[in-house]
Design a protein around this ligand. Structure first.
Ligand code: ADP
Length: 160
């Protein structure tokens, strides 16, 4: 069975990667779907986000990284996929994730959402906190894959 793990991945964190690795063990094929449109302004461009995701999941043979524009349910139909994976860190994620899943059910009765919880040591990781820490030159090695550390360094180098 095929599943899509969609998100902004701005940037991909070790928490995202943990969910992706779990999904890759369960499903025959997993597509990491990198959203072009997002309600928030992104720090990294779409091509930067895709590049970091690709570099970070090279060890996962049954994972492909694909960017998409528009609705995730349309992307899922295009990919002939009936299942979306989302990660749940804490109760605070639940309300938003439930609302998103219910809207997606309304948009397409054909697509289901399944939630996975990360391993405990990744529960606290959030991309927005990681972006703030990067701005303050924190050591990010416990938070993100190496490719993301390099991308932050390049971006900051360019803006100085
Ligand atoms: P969004 O698509 O809402 O912008 P993200 O791209 O940040 O969200 O994340 C995609 C999915 O990964 C969401 O379901 C989010 O809850 C989940 N996620 C984010 N960080 C973690 C983490 N540390 N552990 C597990 N799941 C996570």
């Amino acid at each position: 069975m095929k599943a899509i793990y969609p998100g902004t991945f701005d940037p991909i964190s070790l928490g995202h990667l943990n969910i992706l690795e779990k999904a890759a063990r369960i499903f025959d094929e997993v597509i990491l779907g990198v959203a072009d449109y997002t309600a928030k302004e992104n720090y990294f461009s779409l091509s930067e986000r895709v590049d970091m995701c690709q570099k970070s999941c090279q060890h996962l043979e049954n994972v492909r990284v694909i960017s998409y524009k528009g609705l995730v349910v349309d992307f899922a139909k295009e990919q002939d996929c009936k299942l979306l994976i989302r990660g749940l860190r804490a109760v605070s994620d639940f309300e938003y994730e439930l609302s998103l899943a219910l809207h997606n059910v309304k948009l397409s009765a054909y697509i289901e959402t399944m939630f996975l919880v990360p391993s405990l040591r990744y529960m606290y990781l959030s991309s927005s906190m990681i972006r703030q820490l990067a701005e303050l030159n924190a050591d990010l090695k416990d938070f993100v894959p190496t490719a993301v550390i390099e991308a932050f360094q390049q971006k900051m180098h360019r803006s100085t």
